[in-house]
Design a protein around this ligand. Structure first.
Ligand SMILES: [Zn+2]
Length: 79
């Protein structure tokens, strides 16, 4: 499982399976809300669609953003 703390610099993209609405949010904001030990899967399961209000019915993917060197550095240290 991917902990939010290990993808802190990236974004989470959620797409609602019910109405098709999609949204993207910074992982850092999720960490502030639900904590760094939460997994990306759990975060998606707790997310509620802002359009149709259905909870947890979504497909998520991690959007890697930022500088490549820093991203690789973070992955290697795995902290
Ligand atoms: Zn929806």
């Amino acid at each position: 499982m991917t902990r939010l703390s290990s993808i802190r610099m990236n974004h989470l993209h959620l797409s609602c399976d019910v109405c098709g609405h999609s949204a993207q949010m910074p992982v850092a904001a999720l960490i502030d809300a639900i904590g760094p030990e939460t997994t990306a899967h759990q975060a998606a399961g707790n997310a509620r669609c802002s359009r149709c209000k259905v909870k947890g019915q979504n497909t998520f993917r991690i959007i890697y953003v930022g500088e490549g060197w820093e991203a690789m550095q973070g992955a290697r240290q795995d902290r």
